[in-house]
Design a protein around this ligand. Structure first.
Ligand SMILES: [Zn+2]
Length: 347
């Protein structure tokens, strides 16, 4: 197992921190409530620097990155290649701005094209969620979110297609060793993690986070079964040699496998909780979501912000889809609403 170099107590503290020799972690600030920072990772390529996930396009990001690069004896124009793990603002937009301004090459997973293309076609912030929520039996919630327009600052975000698409198995040459792209759909359809086998580290993006479970299918053009994909992607990483976990949010840790096991356990438990609510009489995803406790504090669904209520109901729906695939529930579609009945286990 690789031993990681010491990191500051607060993982969000700005700077350039070597994680293993030649790989630097650069935390960048985020303008969001929940997630306070995103980790960019900087390393030497064959021809200039390679940066993974250089953050949310903003003057704060640029200043923080510039200071970190200066610490390493570099400047932004020394960067030749940006790799984004997925298309979300906090991973992709600064890279997109650099692509325009500094002509830095930008690569992104091929399956991300659906959501990027759909972003330019949609006027609503959540173009697909309203319909999904109706199916979940949450018509009132669907109504509340359907009017949400794309906020002005997001509509003006530097955004568009990358220079090149990444596919599973693609290799990026570094000064020492290589990065290998692994397609890990779930958080988004085209999410990519990067293995650096020589250094025994895994740049896990938002696929594997050390402290939180990533949202699933939160994108403009989600796939049908994001939870199924996510669980498959976790098992894929579990089947490959273990490596240190270098996530996009949160501190670096020694073992990606250990965290994968925790996430798989978490979702197994979650499936049981959802199934128990069906046994207790819940029939729709909305019924289940309203009966279940949420967040670490065990809050009720109604106490969450509207957007979080939406994510919660969609998450339950994803678990019900998986229970259906496992043959643990029966599905009945009526009046645009999907109802679930638990299948009795045969003795
Ligand atoms: Zn993120």
């Amino acid at each position: 197992m690789t031993s990681l170099l010491a990191q500051p107590d607060d993982w969000t503290e700005p700077g350039a921190y070597p994680v293993v020799p030649g790989v630097y972690r650069v935390p960048l600030p985020l303008p969001m409530d929940g997630l306070t920072a995103v980790n960019a990772y900087v390393m030497e390529g064959r021809d200039g620097l390679v940066v993974i996930d250089p953050g949310w396009a903003s003057p704060e990001t640029q200043q923080t990155m510039q200071a970190a690069l200066r610490q390493l004896g570099h400047k932004p124009s020394d960067v030749r290649l940006c790799l984004a793990t997925h298309h979300h603002w906090d991973h992709y937009t600064q890279a997109y701005q650099w692509r325009d301004e500094l002509r830095i090459n930008l690569l992104l997973g091929w399956e991300e094209r659906h959501s990027i293309e759909s972003f330019f076609r949609s006027t609503s912030r959540f173009p697909n969620h309203a319909q999904r929520l109706v199916r979940c039996g949450a018509g009132d919630l669907a109504q509340r979110i359907s009017g949400t327009a794309v906020p002005d600052d997001e509509a003006e975000m530097p955004y568009g297609l990358p220079d090149e698409w990444l596919h599973d198995g693609d290799v990026v040459e570094l000064a020492e060793g290589t990065l290998q792209a692994v397609h890990t759909p779930g958080h988004t359809r085209g999410h990519i993690v990067f293995r650096h086998d020589e250094a025994q580290v895994l740049f896990s993006g938002d696929h594997i986070l050390p402290r939180i479970t990533p949202s699933l299918g939160f994108e403009w053009a989600p796939e049908e079964q994001p939870l199924r994909s996510f669980l498959r992607s976790l098992k894929l990483i579990r089947s490959q040699p273990d490596a240190a976990l270098l996530p996009a949010h949160g501190p670096v840790t020694e073992s990606a496998h250990r965290r994968v096991d925790e996430l798989l356990d978490h979702h197994r438990e979650r499936l049981e909780v959802v199934l128990n609510e069906l046994h207790a009489g819940a029939r729709t995803a909305y019924d289940v979501a309203r009966a279940m406790p949420w967040t670490r504090k065990g809050r009720r669904l109604e106490e969450l912000e509207t957007e979080h209520q939406m994510s919660a109901v969609v998450e339950v729906d994803a678990h019900l889809d998986v229970l259906n695939l496992l043959g643990r529930v029966k599905v009945e579609d009526r009046d645009r609403t999907r109802r679930y009945v638990p299948v009795k286990k045969s003795a």
